[in-house]
Design a protein around this ligand. Structure first.
Ligand SMILES: C[S@@+](CC[C@H](N)C(=O)[O-])C[C@H]1O[C@@H](n2cnc3c(N)ncnc32)[C@H](O)[C@@H]1O
Length: 355
């Protein structure tokens, strides 16, 4: 593999850049693993990078900061929008005039969010702002639209207690005075728009962000393929739709129109993922390893309390690559969706498979 654009001396700069990433509180996000991942990527080198389960978009942005041409993918639309905003923008895209327009009077009289989520999420003013902001965002396109969407998605996530949309109604008992919960949605948007402008930079490479199932990705020989699938727990499954359905709807203004009216939080139907359930995760992972067997290296994140386990991973990765290294990093997880969520100590594995 050719040497990567980010030599050792630049690793610190890349990590400093990534530290400014506008963080979404997101199940399974890898902010804390940045130093370990950056070290692994630097040692591997190469020029092209796939982040196949991009989530908050952070790892793809770290890879961009290290000089890679990044392709990112997630099966959630908010994941695509955020990654496109963060990785695709080579210069600040949200001008002061545009921010003023989006936060100004509405361009039309749409009220879907106000009507659907009354007494479910946010205050009346905040819901009105979301409808109004979308009335402007609707007429944007390309990376500028994605940057505005990313700022709006982050605003909604930060304003919601614990960042998950499984809880609704009167959430005043979550109000511990934290600024994020008190700040009006409009002010959130102005701050996050500035944050996305700040992290925009040009690393002189082309980047792409897709929305789709990782199993359907094209077979391409990337230098580094990073796989951070949902961790299939031994019981239950890792359901992103349940937790983040509002962000998903917000990413395209509920274009599919598939609200489940009888649900308390007005969810959209669960999006199936073969990676998220213990019955199907092993087969889905095996197919993905096989698909990317021509990659320079496969880097896989997985947790010690998920199935299939470490031995299975080493054996299966060993079928497509000559050597498999394991990095083991202590990590504390939160389980459950209540304030009293259990905190459990686990290990975060990084498997590095290469020829
Ligand atoms: C552990 S998270 C990734 C976290 C990410 N690395 C970060 O730092 O934020 C797993 C992601 O996989 C996505 N996902 C689940 N099933 C998928 C599938 N079949 N294809 C693509 N993405 C999927 C989820 O939407 C979620 O964002």
């Amino acid at each position: 593999m050719p040497a990567l654009a980010a030599p050792a001396a630049d690793l610190r700069t890349a990590l400093e850049r990534a530290a400014d990433y506008p963080r979404l509180r997101y199940m399974g996000s890898k902010y804390k693993l940045a130093p370990a991942l950056a070290q692994v990527f630097r040692d591997l080198g190469g020029e092209t990078f796939l982040d196949a389960f991009s989530g908050s978009g952070f790892v793809g942005y770290l890879a961009k900061s290290m000089g890679y041409a990044v392709t990112s993918n997630d099966y959630m639309g908010y994941g695509r929008a955020i990654a496109s905003a963060a990785i695709g923008a080579s210069e600040p895209l949200l001008s002061p005039d545009l921010i003023e327009q989006i936060t100004g009077p509405a361009a039309d009289d749409r009220s879907f969010i106000q009507d659907t989520f009354e007494n479910v999420f946010f205050t009346a003013d905040d819901r009105k702002f979301l409808d109004s902001a979308w009335s402007h965002i609707d007429s944007l396109d390309g990376h500028t639209k994605d940057a505005a969407l990313a700022a709006l998605i982050l605003s909604a996530a930060r304003k919601q207690p614990r960042g998950v949309f499984t809880i609704s109604g009167d959430l005043s008992h979550y109000d511990d005075g934290r600024r994020d919960l008190r700040l009006p949605m409009r002010e959130h948007f102005i701050e996050h728009a500035a944050a996305y402008n700040r992290i925009a930079f040009d690393n002189k490479r082309d980047h792409q962000a897709f929305k789709g199932d990782a199993l359907e990705l094209e077979k391409t020989a990337y230098d580094v393929v990073y796989l951070d699938p949902p961790y299939a727990p031994p019981s239950d499954d890792a359901d992103y739709t349940k937790r983040y359905h509002f962000l998903e709807g917000l990413s395209d203004y509920w274009a599919a129109g598939e609200i489940m009216e009888h649900t308390k939080t007005k969810k959209i139907p669960k999006r199936h993922s073969a990676f998220a359930s213990k019955r199907t995760a092993a087969e889905a992972l095996r197919a993905t390893f096989e698909k990317f067997s021509d990659a320079g290296a496969l880097v896989v994140s997985y947790s010690s309390n998920s199935v299939p386990g470490m031995d299975w991973m080493i054996a299966e990765l060993g079928k497509v690559k000559a050597s498999v290294e394991v990095h083991k990093i202590p990590h504390t997880y939160s389980f459950g969706t209540h304030g009293t969520a259990l905190r459990r100590q686990a290990h975060e594995y990084i498997f590095v498979a290469k020829d």
